[in-house]
Design a protein around this ligand. Sequence first.
Ligand code: PGA
Length: 252
Amino acid sequence: MRGRLVAGNWKCNGNLGANQALLAALRDGLAQLRGVECSVCVPYPYLTQAQQALTGSTTVWGGQDLSQFGAGAYTGAVSADMLVEFGCRHAVVGHSERRSIFGESDAVVAAKFEVALKAGLTPILCVGETLQERESNVTEAVVGRQLAAVIDKSGVAALGKAVVAYEPVWAIGTGKTATPQQAQAVHAFIRGSVAAQDRALADGLRILYGGSVKASNAAELFTMNDIDGGLIGGASLVAEEFLAICRAAERR
Ligand code: PGA
């Protein structure tokens, strides 16, 4: 049976005081969970704080992005090795906000995925369609293309050390969650696409759902066969909400 993962994506939120309280609550509240790994992907300046608060706990942490380059003349960039130095387990790659606001192409996302993997991080590769794409019935084409960009560059076996997150852009931060059936359909498509190349790998691949997951809808989403956890934005900033979502993902 696949283990589950619930990862918080704080985006550009937080401050030292609020983070301290939130991280302490996660450290205590997530200690007893079974069958689910919990992670928080925090803004770069707070990686030390997350590392100090969570070292020795069952909760891991990560970055929300990383540079496609290694060390060098890349002003403003943060390399995979730097994330590793701060104890990161995960790096979110290809979030739709990175793709749309910061102009990251499939090729850039694939390059970031590869450097994350080479550094020993577990990339959380985000894929997902916009509302317009969904309404034009090209969801599978879009998600398939985003996935293929990574497989073409790194090989399908690379997915064995990664996590995929299906995040319909129209559901992110909008309060509109995909129905469990809508999410399941795309998750099954993703698993099926990978299975066409490597069935065993596809069976073990964790595919998270992201997009307005809350304590009130998490349990229903997690009943779906191909939903192996969540990537949580807004609700990951509220300790009780995030703890409840992690509990809903438990496998006992
Ligand atoms: P949301 O964000 O939970 O606030 O919709 C999810 C994400 O962007 O990862």
